[in-house]
Design a protein around this ligand. Structure first.
Ligand code: UD2
Ligand code: MN
Length: 580
């Protein structure tokens, strides 16, 4: 049967960074301090007087602590200051029913103010940091499809309320062909009260990647700042990002992504020292820098963290640099993989990706996309990842294919890649090997899964090559003829020759290797996922049956026979396994 191991190769929504207990805000106390401010009538966009005195440096200033919501109209409103909210008695059913509108607690989002205050979660020291006076302006680009009304508004208000106005060239809302009536009827009118907000209505569904490109092409600011449409930007979020881009236009700056709880809408902070990483087959994740490394290197909470990959949704990038890099691969559809693509591209082509701990933006993490995919969801994400792997991973793409099950094996069309490959050449980007050694040395990326001699466990004999055949011999670890590599694409390779399950008078045939030839693919160890009893076997999967490689007792010959979990002569072992 073709019942392969169903290893999900791509989660369909971003997972949360590890979350610690929310800092216990003292809302009352904060409210007090904040009402004091409002007593002076400061409800305009201006620097609050909580800022420390100006530094000596004439070219720089302390990060502006602009927050128009410091003294909210209604301090007792639900969700105010990022507090958790409870669904009122009797409304549970309604809240439950509305969950699916956004795959989070939509009812509560509608209940809390669109301009609520949230706690300043920046680490100590951030407010005292200096940034340049002449920072570049930015276009904030927010793509959305059928976003929940109150959530979309809260995202926009958080930008307007907590950013220095002179740095916001515009807020570009890219409507990726939303279908919801409330958006069609009200969005343009609502946003028309904010001169800086522009709406771009796409004429067909582009998916978030091409929607961002449409935004970028229409942007007039120096820097592009991408945000999801269900976020809340925190105090002082923007300047630290722009400062990095200003210092070096090839830096891509990401805020710490905090958590707007999907159930109670509370604003929660996340653990410090987390890097954006990926594991095979290219799943994005967070990895905390180990405490001893933090201690040994004296890393501070405010220190910038270099990341092998970015989460994808929230970042600032110099506009011209983005276009120099060839933007995203426009062949990527709907959702997924574009964060990998841009991350590899940036690092391998001379840039850097950083998380800036003094910049913090909350995001609603959902367990599933709330919108539909024009084509099959799994196939869409898979196709995107294959495009990335084929253009950027070099020989390491085998690790991508070897982990989990891949639909390309079943004839998935990933489209033309010529332009993307040419772009990489034109930009003279470094190799993926360079990336692994210099940017992500802690990624386990053995190019083969196993290697050395291949022993028949029960017979204690090894496979040896003779011209274009292979047979059993006494093991000799020093003999070149007995060296094999088992690759992630499941080939058993001796140099450029591969073991084929074809017998010729007791010997196995060797064929020129071909990564795409399924007739050369052996399952070993990885079989455990769907046939745990055959884990030590060397399985060849024919169209309708499983065959196993078997050694012949007291002879040098080999055979291919029906798999039998109890048959000791069917058990094989490589000298060395590189998997963990
Ligand atoms: C994460 C990223 C997201 C994107 C994605 C991988 C964060 C916080 N989020 O997933 O930005 O990089 O990984 O692709 O890092 N959208 C459209 N058209 C579509 C689909 C989505 O405009 O066809 C919008 C959507 O409304 C949202 C944004 O794109 O504002 C990102 O989508 P998401 O929130 O479903 O992705 P998320 O956060 O799970
Ligand atoms: Mn999102």
């Amino acid at each position: 049967s073709r019942n392969h191991s169903k290893v999900s190769s791509s989660p369909l929504a971003l997972q949360t960074a590890t979350v610690s207990q929310p800092k216990q805000a003292l809302p009352e106390a904060l409210g007090l301090v904040r009402s004091n401010l409002s007593a002076k009538g400061k409800r305009e966009h201006q620097q609050s007087d909580t800022n420390p005195p100006s530094p000596e440096d004439p070219g720089r200033h302390h990060v502006l602590a602009i927050d128009v919501t410091l003294s909210p109209r209604d301090p007792n409103a639900p969700g105010q200051f990022g507090r958790p909210v409870i669904v009122p008695p009797g409304k549970e059913k309604e809240a439950e029913r509305r969950w699916k509108e956004g795959n989070f607690n939509v009812y509560l989002s509608d209940l809390i103010p669109v301009d609520r205050a949230i706690e300043d979660t920046r680490p100590a020291g951030c407010a005292e940091q200096l940034v340049h006076n002449n920072l570049p302006t930015t276009s904030v680009i927010m793509c959305f499809v059928d976003e929940v009304w109150s959530t979309l508004l809260r995202s926009v208000h958080s930008v307007l309320n907590r950013s220095p106005p002179h740095l916001i060239k515009e807020i570009l809302l890219v409507d990726d062909f939303s279908t919801k009536d409330y958006l069609k009827a009200n969005l343009d009118a609502y946003m028309s009260q904010f001169p800086k907000v522009r709406i771009l209505h796409l004429k067909e569904r582009h998916g978030l990647i091409r929607a961002r490109l449409a935004g970028a092409q229409n942007a007039t600011g120096d820097v592009l700042t991408f945000l999801d449409s269900h976020v809340e930007c925190n105090v002082g979020w923007l300047e630290p990002l722009l400062e990095r881009v200003y210092l070096n236009r090839k830096k891509v700056a990401c805020p710490v992504i905090e958590v707007i709880n999907d159930k109670d809408m509370s604003y929660m902070t996340v653990d410090n020292f987390q890097r954006g990483i990926f594991t095979w087959p290219m799943n994005f994740g967070w990895r905390t820098i180990p405490p001893d490394v933090v201690a040994k290197n004296g890393i501070k909470e405010t220190d910038i963290i270099r990341c092998p990959v970015m989460a994808g949704g929230l970042f600032s990038i110099d506009k011209n640099y983005f276009f120099e890099l060839g933007t995203y691969d426009p062949g990527l559809d709907v959702w997924g993989g574009e964060n990998m693509e841009l991350s590899f591209k940036v690092w391998m082509c001379g840039g850097e990706i950083e998380i800036i701990p003094c910049s913090r933006v909350g995001h609603i993490f959902r367990n599933d996309n709330p919108y539909s995919f024009p084509k099959d969801r799994m196939k869409t994400v898979e196709r995107n990842l294959v495009r990335v792997a084929e253009v950027w991973l070099d020989e390491y793409k085998e690790l991508f294919y070897g982990h989990g099950d891949h639909l390309v094996d079943q004839g998935l069309d990933v489209g033309n890649l010529t332009q993307q490959r040419e772009l990489r050449k034109k930009l003279k980007c470094k190799s993926f090997k360079w990336y692994l050694e210099n940017v992500f040395p802690d990624l386990k990326a053995p190019i083969v899964r196993a290697g050395g001699v291949l022993i028949n466990v029960a017979l204690g004999k090894c496979i040896s090559t003779k011209n274009t055949t292979a047979l059993l011999e006494d093991c000799d670890g020093s003999s070149k003829l007995q060296r094999f590599n088992y690759t992630w694409l499941r080939l058993i390779k001796h140099e450029d020759w591969c073991l084929a399950p074809i017998l010729d008078k007791g010997s196995l045939r060797l064929h020129p290797c071909d990564n795409r030839n399924t007739r050369l693919k052996w399952l070993h160890k990885s079989t455990s996922a769907f046939h745990p009893e055959l884990v030590d076997h060397m399985v060849f999967e024919n169209s309708h049956q499983l065959l196993c490689l078997e050694g012949n007792v007291s002879q040098k010959t080999l055979k291919v026979a029906a798999c039998d979990p109890m048959e000791p002569y069917q058990k094989w072992k490589f000298e060395k396994y590189y998997e963990d």
